[in-house]
Design a binder for this molecule. Structure first.
Ligand SMILES: CCCCCCCC(=O)CC(=O)SCCNC(=O)CCNC(=O)[C@H](O)C(C)(C)COP(=O)(O)OP(=O)(O)OC[C@H]1O[C@@H](n2cnc3c(N)ncnc32)[C@H](O)[C@@H]1OP(=O)(O)O
Ligand SMILES: NC(=O)C1=CN([C@@H]2O[C@H](COP(=O)(O)OP(=O)(O)OC[C@H]3O[C@@H](n4cnc5c(N)ncnc54)[C@H](O)[C@@H]3O)[C@@H](O)[C@H]2O)C=CC1
Length: 309
């Protein structure tokens, strides 16, 4: 918006020679659940978005952004469906897709990565893009559990690298965790905070510690729920009902696990248990490993702890 631009420009002129980057062109690497959701919200708030995935199929499905937009619009434009339809078309025009991350990064103010939760794969992509992205471009990762410092170490832009952690489903969840490493500049950090606010989200800041805030609390809760079930102390259904009605969670732990993806949860736990072997909260879980080995990853594959239509 104009107000935002004015604020940005004033701040840049008045405070320092290094201006905060006003993020307008956004490249999102990874068009899965999270990448597509972030793309949708960024496009809906007037950014030009390029969504990159290695899989053409994923990019076709990410056009399913339209389905999510329809749900948003149904409420937001309840009394003016015509304006709602125009809004959807405008948002979709802001999103382009590509399988070529190198060319996508070249005209980008922010490269935000939301690919598989694997340090080496994330380092590879950032190392490659660091060589081709413009000087001013900020890099950020949506990682759930990996140290931002370790991901950033593959690049030569440590001052322009931070964590930007969104929550699923991105169009609905208001929180963004913004993570600065010890090398992230204040300008970069402020740009990421501003960007989160322009997206309509509420940012919180957190140090580069395992799981940041939310996952450091949620992942052990989920893991304990599965262990409780494995011990035969309660059914999945009852544990879910209990946490919904007794703790006010919108979804029970098994529902949430299926929603998030069991593979992602396994990646998180495996990484933490390797790094912190003495913490029993992070210990591997047989049932989780078994389901993942069977390809039962949750909602995205049609079955996880539960079957999904
Ligand atoms: C497990 C721990 C390990 C985590 C490890 C990694 C993960 C991470 O790094 C961080 C995370 O993201 S953790 C997960 C955070 N997310 C949550 O906790 C979600 C909990 N669930 C909810 O808030 C609601 O059930 C929810 C908002 C989803 C849905 O609301 P309801 O329950 O009321 O269900 P509905 O009736 O279907 O929806 C109501 C209205 O919500 C809108 N909506 C839902 N999904 C949407 C979407 N994807 N896009 C757009 N709009 C959406 C929609 O307006 C819907 O209304 P209708 O469409 O008219 O029904
Ligand atoms: N699922 C969740 O609830 C949340 C996940 N996250 C994090 O976001 C990231 C992505 O998670 P999801 O969207 O759930 O995964 P997903 O499996 O739905 O999507 C990942 C996508 O990345 C693509 N991809 C893999 N390697 C690539 C590469 N080198 N270049 C381009 N595309 C590539 C895959 O084809 C896939 O479409 C992970 O780091 C995860 O920990 C963060 C918050 C919530």
């Amino acid at each position: 918006s104009m107000a935002f631009l004015t604020r940005q420009l004033c701040r840049g002129v008045s405070t320092s020679a290094v201006r905060n980057v006003v993020i307008k062109n956004v490249t999102i690497i990874g068009g899965g659940q999270m990448g597509a959701g972030i793309a949708q919200v960024a496009a809906a708030t007037g950014h030009r978005v390029t969504l990159v995935d290695t899989e053409d199929d994923v990019l076709k499905k990410a056009k399913g952004i339209e389905g999510s937009l329809k749900r948003v619009v149904k409420k937001k434009f309840a009394d003016n469906p015509q304006a709602g339809e125009e809004f959807i078309q405008k948002v979709l025009q802001n999103v382009s897709t590509s399988t070529d991350s190198v060319s996508a990064a070249q005209s980008s103010d922010l490269v935000l990565e939301a690919i598989v939760e694997n340090l080496k794969v994330k380092q590879d992509i950032f190392g490659q893009l660091d060589k081709v992205a413009p000087e001013h471009t900020i890099f950020a990762s949506n990682t759930s559990s990996l140290p931002i410092t370790d991901i950033a170490s593959a690049t030569n832009r440590l001052d322009r690298f931070g964590g930007l952690h969104f929550f699923n489903p991105v169009p609905m969840m208001k929180l963004v965790e913004v993570i600065a490493t010890s090398a992230t500049s204040k300008e970069t950090f402020d740009s990421l905070l501003d960007f989160s606010r322009v997206l309509g989200k509420t940012p919180v800041s957190c140090k580069d510690t395992p799981g940041f805030i939310v996952n450091r609390l949620l992942v052990p809760c989920l893991a304990e729920a599965v262990r409780l079930y494995e011990r035969g102390h309660g059914s999945k259904e009852d544990i879910d009902i209990a946490m919904k009605l007794g703790a006010g969670y919108p979804m029970g732990p098994f529902e949430l696990a299926d929603f998030v993806g069991l593979d992602t949860i396994k990646f998180i736990l495996d990484g933490w248990s390797e790094k912190y072997p003495s913490n029993p909260l992070f210990a591997p879980i047989d049932l989780l490993n078994k389901l993942v080995a069977e390809g039962k990853l949750g909602k995205k594959t049609g079955e996880g702890f539960y079957k999904h239509k």
